[in-house]
Structure formats: structure tokens, C-alpha cells
Design a protein around this ligand. Structure first.
Ligand code: FE2
Ligand code: FE2
Length: 245
């Protein structure tokens, strides 16, 4: 059951950036949406498959994990990223995972008092603080990756994904799409529902209704759709959202 009278978040506008040559190429290469998976899709609860590796990178960004629940958000997002890479083996796995690990580190370098007040209210998709955390995230990537042996080209590919991951409405590559999807998938897990409903100041039942109505349709890949649907059904049953509303 979903409530039809909830206020809606401002809709993503896919026409913004759609004329970028990278968006056009990606749309031509992956015309069927959601993008069908070619590998296995794991729809079990995400805690069954934690992510692996990248210990040095995790160590390097430890200070950045202390802001905005990044020490919960980032590992869960990366666990979803691994599943999406299994479902889309054509994607550059290293690029997806490194971009996913780093994508929100910029939150640690913006005015913390504005994260909730601007980033989770009104037109949060276009809040200045969201652009700032993307720019700062690129700065973190350029600071930590070279000393871990990553090439300049690789670092810039990572930054291409971090830059706009929240504020740009279209994906520019398969890797970009997978990072965007795993970042949204965390919202469907229990931990994401707990944190995000609190950040948005919303009852859990309203929040899960809006996930179903507004965020599920934004997912780009079929694998993410299936994972999100399974997570949402589990969370709604567990949290008794049909009764507690
Ligand atoms: Fe973000
Ligand atoms: Fe994120």
C-alpha cells in the first residue's frame, strides 16, 4: 500500500545534461531500460555479501568516513557495487568500486551544519551543498589515489563519476550508471531507511512509500531494480509499515 497524497521530491529532469556527447553515446549503447543484466543478480539482504579488499584505500579515507554516517553508507554502497559488477561484467570493476568507495568523501570537507538543513530539504537535488560535496570528493580522490599507484587517467575517470553523481540527472557510462544505482540501493536497505528517513525528517512508512514511487523508477539497471524491490519488500514486512502509519 502506498499513499498517494504524499508530497513528492522534485522529479529528476533527464533532459538536463542529455545533450552531452557522453550521455548520448551511453544512451545509444544501452537503449533498453532498465539495462538487462547478463550476469547473476543477488537479491538477498546485503549483509550476506560484504565487500572485499581495498584496505589501503579505506585506511586513506578513514577521516572522511566520520561525517554523515559515511562509515555505514560507503561500505554498504560498495557491497551493492560488487553485486552490480557481477551482474554487469562488461563494466570496469576496479573503476566502479574505487568510485563507489570515494563518491561521498567530500561530505567531510563541507560545512557540516548545512548537510541536513540544505542537503535533505526543499529541492535537495540542486542544493549548493550537494555540488560542493561532489567537488570536494574529487579533491579527495586526486589526493589519495596517486600514492596508491593509480594512474592519472584512472583518477580522472573516477572524478568523472564522482562529479555529478547526485546533481547530474543522466549517466555518462556503464560504470557511472552502476555507481549511481548502488548509491541509491543503500536507501532500500534497513540501515539506509533508518538514516535517510531521519535525515529527511519523515516517518518510515512515508519514506518507504516514496522510495517505491520516486526512487525505484530512477534506477538504471535491471539488477538494481530487482535488488531494490526485494529489499523494499523485506523492509516493509519487517518494519510493519502497512500497520504503523
Ligand atoms: Fe553524494
Ligand atoms: Fe552516496
Amino acid at each position: 500500500m502506498t499513499r498517494s497524497n504524499l508530497p513528492a521530491w522534485e522529479q529528476a529532469d533527464p533532459s538536463v545534461h542529455a545533450s552531452d556527447p557522453r550521455a548520448i553515446t551511453f544512451a545509444e549503447d544501452f537503449g533498453i531500460r532498465p539495462i538487462p543484466a547478463v550476469g547473476p543478480i543477488d537479491t538477498t539482504a546485503i549483509c550476506a555479501t560484504p565487500s572485499n579488499g581495498f584496505e589501503q584505500l579505506w585506511k586513506a579515507i578513514e577521516p572522511e568516513t566520520r561525517t554523515r554516517a559515511n562509515d555505514i553508507h560507503l561500505p554498504i554502497v560498495v557491497a551493492y557495487a560488487e553485486r552490480l559488477c557481477d551482474a554487469y561484467p562488461l563494466a570496469d570493476r576496479e573503476l566502479v568500486l574505487v568510485a563507489a568507495i570515494l563518491h561521498d568523501t567530500g561530505w567531510a570537507h563541507v560545512d557540516e551544519s548545512r548537510i541536513i538543513s540544505e542537503g535533505f530539504s526543499g529541492n535537495w537535488r540542486k542544493a549548493a551543498i550537494r555540488f560542493e560535496h561532489e567537488t570536494e570528493g574529487c579533491t579527495v580522490a586526486r589526493r589519495v589515489l596517486p600514492s596508491l599507484g593509480y594512474t592519472v587517467d584512472f583518477v580522472e575517470h573516477v572524478c568523472d563519476i564522482i562529479d555529478g553523481h547526485d546533481t547530474r540527472q543522466v549517466a555518462y557510462s556503464l560504470e557511472d550508471a552502476l555507481v549511481r544505482d548502488c548509491d541509491r540501493l543503500w536507501r532500500f536497505d534497513r540501515a539506509g531507511i533508518t538514516a535517510s528517513s531521519s535525515w529527511f525528517g519523515m516517518p518510515v512508512s512515508d519514506y518507504v512509500d516514496r522510495l517505491h514511487r520516486e526512487i525505484l523508477p530512477e534506477l538504471i539497471t535491471e539488477a538494481a531494480h530487482q535488488m531494490a524491490t526485494a529489499d523494499l519488500n523485506r523492509a516493509k514486512a519487517l518494519l510493519r509499515t502497512d500497520a504503523i502509519r
